[in-house]
Design a protein around this ligand. Structure first.
Ligand code: AR6
Length: 172
């Protein structure tokens, strides 16, 4: 059974095996946590993403799916990129959001990570509410955390998000 944590902080400084990126289908960087991760990881991360697009993912990464790259300049060894649903574009199915959390944990376990940090996928630019995201995240970790993971840490950027996650996860 993995330990589940929720903390306030910056995901780019986490000393865990893998961090999850709330990316876009294009997989070529952007704003929010995606921009922060690319800045901290350095240009080799973008080069690896471009190579993925050229080879395995010519049409980009579908919503709800996940793919791993190296962590490059980050403390984490891997970045697991996923794409949450974009509410602004009418993607309002919670199953897609749950899928983004679930496939991220699955890919993290596949590459051999034992400790993983995740952001509040879709809670920023993609426009989902704090509570909806916290609920999808909590349901997913409780039901679908791979056995080999020892630590799942949600890293939240605001006190409000932290409170929503603590609530949904039943943490003190
Ligand atoms: N550490 C932890 N959380 C962060 C950090 C950080 N360094 N920076 C921002 N957040 P968002 P999305 C929080 O917008 O909604 C990009 O352009 C942020 O406060 O990063 O899934 C991609 O390329 C919010 O709570 O991701 C996509 O096009 C949460 O991370 C699009 O944005 C997620 O917000 C994805 O939008």
């Amino acid at each position: 059974m993995a330990t589940i944590e929720a903390v306030r902080g910056d995901i780019t400084t986490q000393r865990v095996d893998a961090i999850v990126n709330a990316a876009s289908t294009a997989l070529l960087g952007g704003g929010g946590v995606d921009g922060a991760i690319h800045r901290a990881a350095g240009p080799r991360l973008l080069a690896e993403c471009r190579e993925l697009r050229r080879t395995r993912l010519p049409d980009g990464l579908p919503t709800g799916q996940a793919v791993a790259t190296g962590g490059h300049g980050l403390p984490a060894r891997w970045v697991i990129h996923t794409v949450g649903p974009d509410r602004r574009a009418g993607q309002d199915d919670p199953a897609l959001l749950a899928s983004a959390f679930r496939t991220s944990l699955g890919v993290a376990a596949e590459v051999g990570a034992r400790t993983v940090a995740l952001p509040a996928i879709s809670a920023g630019i993609f426009g989902w509410g704090r509570e909806e995201v916290a609920r999808a995240a909590a349901e997913t970790v409780h039901e679908h955390t791979p056995e080999t993971l020892l630590l799942v840490r949600f890293v939240l950027f605001s006190e409000e998000l932290l409170a929503s996650f603590r609530d949904a996860l039943d943490l003190d």
